[in-house]
Ligand binder design. Structure first.
Ligand code: NDP
Length: 446
């Protein structure tokens, strides 16, 4: 078996040189899915995983725009249309200086499995730009978004490819891109998700990824005995996912001790309650301040510059910032300090070394493709509401989100149960794979 996996990875690596993040994501899937393929006559000999790792289409384009000093700036835009076997391409847009082909291909590849797990008919895609919205004025962001969409619009559509937000792309950016798409196409359609409520958005979409990861953590904990109530919870990031993961943790009675951004983390030993979180949201979303500003209002809290929060003792860790933010040393420390559950809000935040630690120590560990699927699931619900020309209530969407997270948890149990332990990595990868692979087989060699 090891040789089959090694040969497969060598072949993929030869074709995708200098793409470490993409190879990391493919390796994790190959190690769990190839044994399943070899055991299953229906997939064996179909070269199905090799077909899945090859994007159906990659678009790369120039984004030229003029900044407030009237200087011409040039960024690079991308859209990776990875797999459309079970529905139109669906996945976020990321605006961050670290964006490159490797990062977007890893995200698009993960998205295939994640979208499959949601039970909704969505294929996998991802896109973005190396544009950094930080320290840019609103008009600069608008000009960039308009230029970006002026090329992207010809590749997307409500039945073809439906982008959403991700790092650096929130409601402001979605609004500017939607406006430009509508102008270019002269059509009001659900081509993007994460829209404002008054113009086609869904209630609970902003909250969905963060709420969903906590619903998933709650499921894992309950399956193991007791829920999140009364537990110490360490969260990284302070963007969209982290904020709503914190909100739902507080609502369910957990004690949130940390939040972070790329400058460092804050530790509030008394717990971040609803009032403190509201202040933090104002700082991050309206004032666009750095996380250290939190301690100016709450001086009992501490700010640790250039550090990650994994050194704080907790029972539950929820990484919600970015890829590879939690390494094997962090994992060792978390386990030593009593952590029993890790639910990923971000995509691929744990390094392979960290994942090995979690699995070897039988920690309840959920990979992002299962635990953060709530965001794209509610994006799928936003698409359904747009097609129906109808809006569901907050409670209706929240109930559907909870039910979907429960179904994803069950799929992980179905494919990942190993005697007294649930291997959620194996469960998520195989459950996500089977649905897409079956659809690809049915549709022939295309
Ligand atoms: P935001 O842009 O809203 O927030 C990102 C947060 O992560 C910020 O606090 C940011 O800090 C921090 N961060 C980003 N890059 C780094 C870095 N290199 N080192 C340390 N901190 C960093 O993004 P989201 O909350 O939307 O996304 C967070 C994660 O969740 C990403 O992995 C994303 O792919 C994933 N995700 C998001 C979904 C969604 O619906 N939004 C859905 C599923 C997954 P700073 O401001 O300093 O950069």
């Amino acid at each position: 078996m090891d040789k089959v996996i090694k040969d497969f990875l060598a072949e993929v690596s030869k074709r995708n040189q200098n793409e470490p993040e993409f190879m990391q994501a493919v390796t994790e899937v190959a190690e769990t899915v190839i044994p399943h393929i070899v055991k299953n006559n229906v997939y064996y000999g179909q070269n199905i995983l090799m077909r899945m790792v090859e994007p159906e289409r990659v678009v790369s384009f120039r984004v030229a725009w003029i900044d407030d000093q009237e200087e011409i700036q040039v960024n690079r835009g991308y859209r990776i249309e990875m797999n459309s076997a079970i529905g139109p391409y669906k996945g976020g847009l990321r605006f961050h200086p670290s964006v490159n082909l490797s990062v977007l291909k890893f995200l698009a590849f993960e998205q295939i499995f994640k979208n499959s797990l949601t039970t909704l008919p969505m294929g996998g895609g991802k896109g973005g730009s190396d544009f950094d919205p930080k320290n840019r004025s609103d008009t600069e962001v608008m000009r960039f978004c308009q230029s970006f969409m002026t090329e992207l619009f010809r590749h997307i559509g409500p039945n073809r490819d439906i982008p959403a937000g991700d790092i650096g792309v929130g409601s402001r950016e979605i609004g500017y891109m939607f406006g430009q798409y509508k102008r270019l196409k002269n059509e009001f359609t659900g081509v993007l998700t994460g829209k404002g409520i008054s113009w086609g958005g869904s209630l609970i979409r902003p909250e969905a990824t963060g709420y969903g990861v906590v619903y998933f953590v709650q499921k894992m904990m309950e399956h193991n005995g007791a829920g999140i109530k009364g537990k110490k919870v360490v969260i990284s990031g302070s963007g969209n996912v982290a904020q709503y993961a914190a909100e739902k943790t507080i609502q369910l009675g957990g004690k949130v001790l940390t939040l972070s951004d790329s400058s460092g983390y804050i530790y509030d030993s008394e717990g971040i309650n609803e009032e403190k979180l509201a202040h933090l949201m104002e700082l991050k979303n309206i004032k666009r301040a750095r996380i250290s500003a939190y301690v100016e209002k709450y001086p009992k809290a501490k700010f640790f510059a250039s550090k990650t929060p994994w050194e704080i003792a907790c029972e539950v860790a929820i990484p919600c910032a970015t890829q590879n933010e939690l390494n094997d040393k962090d994992a060792t420390l978390l386990i030593k300090n009593g952590c029993i559950c890790v639910g990923e809000g971000a995509n691929m935040p744990s390094t392979p070394g960290a994942i090995n630690q979690f699995i070897n120590h039988k920690i309840l560990y959920a990979p992002g493709k299962a635990s953060n699927a709530g965001g794209v699931a509610v994006s799928g619900l936003e698409m359904a509401q747009n097609s129906l020309r109808y809006n569901w209530s907050r409670n209706e969407v929240d109930a559907k989100l909870q039910s979907i997270m429960g179904e994803i948890h069950q799929s992980c149990l179905d494919f990942g149960k190993e005697e007294s332990f649930v291997n959620y990595v194996k469960g998520a990868n195989i459950a996500g794979f089977v649905k897409v692979a079956d659809a690809m087989l049915a549709q022939g060699v295309v």
